[in-house]
Design a protein around this ligand. Sequence first.
Ligand code: TH1
Length: 810
Amino acid sequence: MAKINKNKFKQSFETKMYSLYAQSINDATDEQLLNVLCSVIKDIISKKWVDNKLDSQKEVYYFSIEFLLGRQLKSNLLNLGIENVVRESLKELNIDLDNLINAESDPALGNGGLGRLAACFLDSMASLNISGHGYGIRYKHGLFEQKFINGYQVEVPDNWLTQGGYVWETVRPNKAIVVKFEGNVNLIDKNGRLEVNHTDYLPIMAMPYDIPIIGYGNNSINTLRLFKSEVLSRDFGPLTVNARNSYGSYEDALKYKYYAEEISQVLYPNDSNYAGRLLRLKQEYFFVSAGIQDIIRKYKKKKLDIKKLNEKVAIHINDTHPTLCIPELMRILLDEEGLSWDEAWDITINTISYTNHTIMTEAMERWPKEMVKRLLPRIYMIIEEINKRYVNELEERKYDHEKIYRMSIIDNNDIKMANLSIVGSHSVNGVAKLHTELLKKEVLKDFYEHEPEKFNNKTNGIAHRRWLISANSELSDLITGLISEDWKTDTNKLKELEIYRNNKDVLEKIGEIKYSNKERLAKFIKEKYDIDVNPNSIFDVQVKRLHAYKRQLLNALHILHLYHELLENPNFDMEPRTFIFGAKAAPGYYLAKCIIKFINSLADKINNDPRIDNKIKVVFIENYGVSIAELIIPAADVSEQISTTTKEASGTGNMKFMMNGAITLATLDGANIEIFDQVGKDNIVIFGLSANEVLNYNKFGGYSALDLYNSNRNIKRVVDDLINGFIPNMEKEGREIYDSLITYNDEYFVLRDIENYIEAQEKIDKLYKNKDKWNEMALINIANSGVFSSDRTIAEYAHDIWFKGCEGNE
Ligand code: TH1
């Protein structure tokens, strides 16, 4: 823990204010105060950041095209153990720490679960004393800001860097790296050795911006290194002999500048979807090449043997977006280090490991051969050679042609990135038990049968420090008061809470804390949207990206159903409910945008209908992201995890809700299954098709949405409402949704599951009526959420993948 006392802190703070802004504290804006505070904290950690680790330890590098960090101030103070000193000192200077915490911009350099997972993993690696660092892109614009205008999503560019850069970053121009695009590659025979000559390439500079990642109470500080793309500065002279002369004309110089800066301009806003754009391919190679070159440079500086790289370095690729790590590492080992193919391949495979995050085909990356060949000529040659050798190996096994074609890395048109990732790494993992089983038995069956030992499961996890200790400090303090502080570093200890399951006082306290979190959220909703929500109602929450498979539509149709029940029978017995949504749709995803409009129109109608006596409220909170999640999740009673079974690889929001005592309403999909296993059937509400039923429908057909619609009154009523004007202002959108259900036969089984979902919701209603029972369920959920800490996940990655066979590294 950092050592600091109040006087010393106040003194540093005042000095820093003068040196940065030449003014006194009284005249400073919140933004300036925040800058000063972060700068003081950076001073405190600076020494540790430099000489953090013993050289002997193996290092892990986590490559991810997204890191959804969230605000860092509170979490840094918590991990350094100085929140109280800082809070009190600032108070004595008349400054409210919470104002500064909220003044920090929220770096949204990710879309959803995948990027947030990467951020949780950084937190856990540092907290477990693993020397583990992130590589990614410093996007000028992160995920767009979402606004609703007349119920429609409107995207506003995110401008997280406007406050004069990012408070936590340090730019390191002396560590800049050149990445080469395009050009021509010639192989020259030099006395039997092949020399690779890459000419006429376009050099792009990768400028590193480092963010410190602070471990919890352990003095360990790792680095997230994000690269910004720039034109090559003239200092790089000698490297540019073969580079294209881009400075010829003024016009060429501007074109070059545009080309360079475009690469790190903006995050692609697609979640679980693949668009196949050239710029995206540039982004992928850009950060991969910079990162791999950086690793090799550091490694060589230590004068270590390049042939033992995999003993000191583990490289992990977060989905296939960084898969070019494989040919890039090969390129350096072959062309720059002069190793033979077999030596290089052996090192590469043993260094790299890969996580798959989805089985959905629309998210599987495939890059057109021609595109890769033009943009990355040398990389393309290497991929071709990897493919040639792999296909030979498969032919030796006498596999049939179709199987070999399925497994090949390159087919007639495309490079299949998942195939390249599997072939070029020593470990392939899924992100929850069911997902990994589906990979082995369905999607990647051929590969699993070929090399079963590569495959393993690593169920996702979440940073409990952010999602419980920091976001729900009242609950965290209650837990600590009951079972001591040890759970904060060993979340399995949460299990000890179970002895309080019949303790009325404890259960009541849990209810009170939930209530006060609900009040806090209700206040926010009132201020922001002028909607009155009752903290005594059930807060039923679905927050996640908007995607047809996640079935926000199922939730909305159920609300519509309830609304009809109330209108038909004003004495209809139900606990008052507040349905809360938060979801961004990818800008090009039309159906998703229609669903947003539908929910907003539905909310308008219901919230303003006096006939239902406030029994239902619907609130769609704009711009869902990490910061707003920290407010919403601790206030939830019900956690909606209702994806079409088999489609959600894991989910991680589900874990955050559980850890904060919400009851999960779920299909047996992704990690919901493991939540079920932890809490048992009495503490979760399950509905819907099983994985096998979904697989069978998909393989053999047999589902008719139209038949269901015609034979079921409840279904017909809500589906008709999409197009009969019952809900105003959504004619076009209603028709689009109607068609997706009826004309295109309901790909995600919304109508197939709806009766079952209605019953599950009735069960929730009944359970909530018994408050003691409900709070006991909440307690059981909290007590069994320990395995979902990303500390557990990271410990497994370390033990089974990164440090396997190493000694003294854990
Ligand atoms: C998500 C999965 O959908 C989710 O189930 C999982 O919990 C999360 O990853 C973390 O493992 C994915 N996000 C993306 C984003 C892109 C492509 C594929 C996936 S899978 C861009």
